[in-house]
Design a protein around this ligand. Structure first.
Ligand SMILES: NC(=O)c1ccc[n+]([C@@H]2O[C@H](COP(=O)([O-])OP(=O)(O)OC[C@H]3O[C@@H](n4cnc5c(N)ncnc54)[C@H](OP(=O)(O)O)[C@@H]3O)[C@@H](O)[C@H]2O)c1
Length: 307
């Protein structure tokens, strides 16, 4: 019998790679989409149209599935309410739908490493508050939280400007060049999600994910890697924090005025300023026998610079 999984966020950067992996592996996917016809090229996908605010749509989404992968999330917004509605209320709605369904027993929430420092931004706080909802539903659902570090790969828009600039020999540094952070290729995040889905017994708990590079990266080490693989000089270019902060305030004001969802906000600047976004993947590797990040930045960089 074909096994079925419900997926939110299928139209996004990570979700797009995930849906390909799931269908290629023979899973039937019921996928939530806010827009019509996001792609007809996945034979095992049934699109369910609507968003995370619609209880009836979410009940339909999870119907007949054995697990939910909740990958949808607002990563940009112009107010706390934007993040609260999508990430907190939206997560509560899909948790309720999964918990009420007779078929669904496992739930994976793709949170963010940002949740660890929830005081920094609306985004971080919304992910943290969403995580806090999970115990309420633990009676019926075996739930797991993944907290990825910064995810990169083909199709990503957030980090692409940094990779493209490196192709021109410049690495923009928004913050301190010595700040440390984890990175992970989207294929390795998707492999971990797939490992969770195929695990013989439910995996529970909160797991941070990066590519396992001890101590992570800083901007200087990334510039050094880029120099080595691109075979040309790559210089760190410090962007003054005071300048980015002013720009972020202006961008937020403009977003409210013109009604768009900004990525560069004062909260994002606070995330940039944070000195330590590294993580430890040993507990996840123990839980997901066979999963280990396979792609190193060195290998992926030449393609990303050209993308
Ligand atoms: N990329 C990273 O570096 C990173 C790192 C850590 C954690 N994460 C988390 O991973 C998840 C996926 O990230 P991503 O990079 O793939 O983001 P993305 O490209 O912005 O995709 C977000 C997805 O969520 C959907 N979505 C947003 N709000 C929704 C709502 N109210 N109702 C229904 N769907 C909604 C979007 O639908 P539309 O296509 O209709 O907009 C899209 O499918 C997010 O939860 C994010 O917080 C990402």
């Amino acid at each position: 019998m074909v096994r079925a999984v419900a997926l939110t966020g299928a139209t996004g950067f990570i979700g797009h790679v995930l849906i390909s992996k799931l269908t290629a592996s023979g899973w039937r996917v019921r996928a939530l989409a806010r827009r019509a016809a996001p792609g007809q090229d996945f034979p095992l996908v049934e699109w369910v149209y609507g968003d995370l605010s619609r209880d009836g749509v979410l009940r339909d989404l999870v119907s007949g599935t054995e697990a939910v992968i909740h990958c949808a999330g607002a990563i940009r917004g112009k107010s706390w309410d934007d993040f609260f509605q999508a990430n907190v209320i939206g997560t509560k709605n899909i948790l309720r739908a999964a918990s009420d369904s007779s078929s669904c027993s496992r739930f994976l929430f793709i949170s963010s490493l940002a949740a660890r420092e929830f005081q920094l931004s609306w985004y971080a706080r919304s992910k943290y508050e969403a995580e806090q909802l999970i115990p309420e539903f633990s009676g019926k659902l075996a739930s797991t939280v993944f907290r990825p570090a910064a995810v990169y790969g083909p199709g990503d828009k957030a980090m692409q400007p940094f990779f493209r600039a490196m192709g021109y020999g410049i690495l923009p540094v928004p913050g301190n060049a010595g700040n440390r952070f984890g990175l992970i290729h989207v294929d390795d995040v998707v492999a971990a999600i797939y490992g969770w889905l195929e695990a013989g017994r439910p995996v529970s708990g909160v797991y941070e994910i990066d590519d396992g590079t001890p101590g992570g990266y800083d901007y200087t080490s990334i510039a050094a890697i880029a120099e080595q693989v691109l075979n040309k000089p790559v210089r760190c270019f410090q962007i003054p924090l005071s300048g980015i902060r002013v720009l972020s305030c202006f961008n937020l004001w403009l977003a409210r005025f013109l009604n768009y969802a900004p990525i560069l906000t004062p909260g994002k600047v606070s995330e940039f300023r944070h000195p330590d976004w590294t993580c430890d993947i040993s507990s996840l590797k123990k839980e997901l026998a066979g999963w280990s990040p396979a792609i190193k930045l060195q290998t992926a960089l030449p393609l990303l610079v050209r993308d």
